[in-house]
Ligand binder design. Sequence first.
Ligand code: NCD
Length: 322
Amino acid sequence: MSNLQLDANGRLRHFLAIEGLNREILTEILDTAESFAGVTEQNVKKVPLLRGKTIVNLFFEASTRTRTTFELAAKRLSADVLNINVSVSSTVKGETLLDTLRNLEAMHSDMFVVRHSDSGAAHFMARHVRPHVSVINAGDGRHSHPTQAMLDMFTIRRHKNDFENLTVAIVGDILHSRVARSQIQALNMLGTGEVRVVAPRTLLPTAVEALGVVPFNRLEDGIRGADVVITLRLQKERMRGALLPSELEYFQLYGLTEKRLQAAKDDAIFMHPGPINRGVEMDSQVADGPRSVILQQVTHGIAVRMAVMSLAMRHAGEGETD
Ligand code: NCD
């Protein structure tokens, strides 16, 4: 799997998961995104890097932030963008993922950005595309959401500079979260001092320590002294059976309030990948408060996705084209 993401020179070709990459590649993505962040703040927001390329946004699952920021990122790189709305596409008529892929390739697509409810869908596509085509994973099942993790790393780096001395606490539904998995891998790869996960036992994977995290069951213990507090949505669509008593009880035990956040460092930032549920993961005072960087995360998503797309497209200019 690791080789699938890299070309013969060890450079990014597909972006499917954090796993299998290395610190140099993650840092290159963050540095490239930093240069694009300037572009998105200019009056003329476009650069010609991907002019003439066709990028297909293939979303089999609902998305607001991720799909639109991928679209904006592609447009700011001057690519042509196709948005495939799967609820009205031929997939609902029984066409397989591979047939959909072949047809879109026949239109000379250069890159697929794919979100799918099956873990492994983006890897499957990457194994089947033509040599010049890149696949970017925009979230696959419970497995991975690497561009979300990278925009979170970008946001953390902008506020905290280096990762070595940081304590980062990830609170909430770790068990069902592809975002948590990718964040944990990225934080560890970038050398974060301590990565904590904070959740009721029922929402933590078994042997979670093996992921390189310190688990906590009590919120106050888990966020004590943290530099960064990230909360995650309860992924109710992925829960089978009653893992939680009720949302109200969850909020009482794990919901972030200003009072509870006092356990974290004074200059701690508060993050959430969205969509947020006010009154469940946090109250509005925290969501809209001075420590919250939730909307910055959304803005950073554009620069980070521009970086990933332009880095993955480098190989196409050098290698085979059709
Ligand atoms: C996340 C996702 O879809 O995995 N959202 C996102 O991409 N911003 C998290 C979630 O759905 O809770």
